[in-house]
Write a protein that binds this ligand. Structure first.
Ligand code: NAG
Ligand code: NAG
Ligand code: NAG
Ligand code: NAG
Ligand code: NAG
Ligand code: NAG
Ligand code: NAG
Length: 619
């Protein structure tokens, strides 16, 4: 029986939240049937018995069959779109700031490409680390695959994962690849967004050269799904329709996808993960305060929709044959900037969905993934707090998900608050309705929500620079109504909130009525980067507690709440560049920033072991 219910269902919510929040005193112990055992002190011969049985992670099996989810990139596929020309661009000579080029007549030639980087006005963006070419992988020695000691406390559930449950790990291009100014890649917003005083994405984990080794390390741990992102500006340095496709980029991701498949894993690909082409954003707008979200990635630019759809068609046409799961946008709210940016995302997404299923006739799944650290009412008995939480969800999720999942208009709260907001027409709604095969969510943690002190209505009517709560017009906190943190705190915004997570899954499934894909979840352990001993960094019990509690709640959600949770992808498969910062370590592997050597953390073993012990059909 479930305890928690949707915050939308007011009457029931009050009752259930009451149950949850007013539970005080000793915990119930339903598993304890014998509580009156008497003690029996006695002597016995002593011997040391705590020697441990060694266990090793088991690799994913080698692939036996190749499944196709669409036609390969043949003439038939090519004919679905206007043809794309391909080209390659030169490489930098170390120490040189310009590539000597004589093709200044060509609007997309070498000279134009160099000039685009020069206009971006960045320093040192051609910096490489240790590598400048693809590194051949070496097998992971079995000594690295020994399971760590178990934590004393852990889940006690008795459920198994459904046979089609997707378990995997995730990362994103700009956060791991490096090589940003090489092999024809054009500048993205992320190079510009982060100031010179902070670490840039020029080198990061050098995964552009080390991808084969990184994939091999995941396969050795027994991970089945690898979720990665393709940088738009590598495929299309000039971003726009009609500009040439970078052949080196097509070859690189072809090879990356094949490497994943050859290792026995399955790829999940995201098309845009914040690394929007820089050209969509006039530089003076980068730091301007957005109407909504945090950054300006140019989604509102009038050239954005056609350009994104063209890019999406290119990568689907090349790779949809081998990639069964696609995600158009990662967390679009955060970089949407204003209502127009949101509207463009919704419309571009729908076009790509329809191209995938109706024109390419592909048989995999394609969807979108959102950010929203579940807003829960601070006082669940107070109807204005419940309205505030509903509004929080509407402005972060409903704003995209109403039309995409339900064919429903943008929420009233959005239309009444966001400057320039316009409803969708009937025919637009019809076109956009049901254009995602799953509901992707990155539910890292929860947010305690209550209305703005002046009231939501007054706040929403006042978009002045002094009104920091606009447009949500709710207070966001991380303490509950009694003043306690909502859970154990990480290095940053993530708190361990498994009970809220389960409630969230129930909310999403019953509100948007599509299978839920937990497309990212993870925990940057507090001060992990400051630990001097590698072995201390690797023994990351708080991260294990986060993952195992969340995974356990997924099982309860599936079996006790009737929620279709399609899968879960852990963020991140490795410590990475967290947008100007290396101290928030979300990784289940560490990286030595001098040697680029990766090490598995304990939580990686614990998470994989949790899944494998609950997959009897795979034994
Ligand atoms: C410890 O090692 C002994 C001798 O090899 C073995 O008999 C015993 O089962 C082991 N105990 C544990 C807890 O693994
Ligand atoms: C660029 O690299 C040079 C040499 O490593 C360094 O001295 C300089 O500070 C760097 N500039 C910026 C803006 O990071
Ligand atoms: C919109 O994008 C185009 C490139 O397609 C760019 O030239 C233009 O400056 C952008 N507009 C704004 C307002 O940033
Ligand atoms: C900055 O952004 C606003 C709103 O998106 C747009 O109207 C304006 O033209 C932009 N300014 C420049 C200089 O590109
Ligand atoms: C409900 O919350 C509002 C806003 O925080 C507050 O003004 C009001 O007093 C609360 N009502 C009750 C019954 O607690
Ligand atoms: C959206 O599409 C679904 C599935 O085709 C359909 O059942 C539903 O009625 C549509 N909703 C609207 C508002 O058109
Ligand atoms: C990184 O590797 C270098 C060289 O092996 C070593 O000296 C250093 O201690 C390592 N750093 C950490 C944090 O383990």
């Amino acid at each position: 029986m479930r305890l928690f219910v949707s915050i939308a269902a007011f009457a029931v919510a009050v009752e259930a939240q009451e149950l949850y929040l007013t539970t005080t005193g000793n915990s119930a112990r339903p598993q304890c049937t014998q509580l009156d055992v008497t003690q029996n002190y006695h002597f016995e011969p002593f011997s040391y018995t705590l020697n441990e049985t060694v266990r090793y992670a088991t690799s994913v099996p080698s692939p036996t069959t190749t499944r196709m989810y669409a036609s390969a990139y043949t003439d038939a596929v090519k004919s679905l779109s206007t043809s794309w020309s391909t080209t390659t661009w030169g490489s930098w000579v170390p120490g040189q700031t310009v590539i000597i080029a004589t093709d200044s007549d060509d609007p997309y030639g070498q000279a134009a490409w160099s000039s685009m980087w020069q206009q971006a006005d960045l320093h040192n963006y051609t910096t490489t680390g240790m590598f400048s070419t693809t590194v051949s992988p070496t097998p992971v020695p079995s000594s690295e695959l020994v399971l760590p000691p178990r934590d004393y406390f852990g889940p006690t559930d008795c459920y198994n994962f459904p046979k089609d449950f997707i378990f995997g790990v995730a990362g994103s291009a700009a956060q791991i690849e490096g090589a940003v100014g090489l092999d024809g890649r054009g500048p993205s917003l992320l190079e510009k967004l982060v100031p010179d005083s902070k670490p840039k994405d020029y080198v990061t984990n050098e995964n552009y050269f080390l991808y084969k080794q990184d994939i091999q390390r995941l396969a050795a741990m027994g991970v089945e799904y690898y979720s990665f992102t393709i940088p738009w500006t590598r495929i299309l340095p000039f971003a726009l329709p009609g500009t040439p496709v970078n052949q080196q980029a097509i070859d690189h991701y072809d090879d990356l996808i094949d490497a994943v498949l050859d290792a026995g894993m399955t790829p999940v690909v995201t098309m845009l993960h914040f690394d929007s082409p820089l050209m969509f954003v006039a530089s003076d707008n980068i730091t301007k305060r957005p109407d909504i979200g945090y950054n300006n990635a140019g989604y509102q630019n009038e050239t954005f929709v056609d350009a994104f759809v063209n890019y999406g068609k290119i990568i689907l046409s090349h790779y949809a044959d081998r990639v069964p799961i696609w995600i158009t946008f990662n967390e679009p709210l955060l970089y949407a900037f204003n209502f127009k940016g949101v509207d463009h995302v919704v419309k571009a997404h729908a076009q790509i969905y329809r191209f995938y299923h109706e024109e390419l006739k592909a048989t995999g799944k394609i969807g979108i993934k959102f950010n929203d650290n579940f807003g829960v009412p601070k006082d669940a008995k107070n109807s204005s707090h419940i309205l505030a939480a509903d509004r929080f969800q509407e402005m972060q999720l409903g704003i995209f998900a109403n039309p995409i999942f339900l064919g429903k208009q943008y929420p009233e709260s959005v239309l009444k608050t966001l400057p320039g907001a316009q409803p969708l027409s009937k025919s637009e709604l019809k076109y956009i309705n049901h254009t995602s095969d799953f509901f992707g969510i990155d539910p890292y943690t929860a947010t305690v929500v209550s209305p703005a002190s002046e009231g939501i209505k007054d706040c929403a009517a006042n978009r002045s620079s002094s009104n920091s709560l606009f447009p949500y017009c709710v207070n966001q906190e991380t303490k509950n109504v009694y003043g306690w943190n909502i859970g154990y705190r990480s290095e940053s915004y993530v708190y361990i909130t498994p009970a809220h997570f389960r409630e969230y899954l129930y909310y999403l499934w019953n509100t948007f009525r599509h299978p839920v894909l937990v497309s990212e979840f993870g925990f940057p352990v507090h001060a992990e980067a400051e630990l001097e001993e590698l072995s201390d960094q690797l023994f990351d019990s708080p991260r294990s507690a986060y993952y195992l509690s969340f995974m356990s709640e997924i099982l309860k959600s599936i079996y006790e709440d009737g929620v279709h949770v399609m899968g879960a992808l852990a963020w991140s498969f490795v410590d990475n560049w967290e947008f100007g910062d290396y101290t928030q370590q979300f990784g289940i592997q560490s990286v030595n920033r001098t040697t680029q050597q990766r090490h598995y953390k304990k939580s990686f073993f614990d998470l994989v072991d949790f899944v494998k012990t609950r997959q009897p059909h795979k034994k």
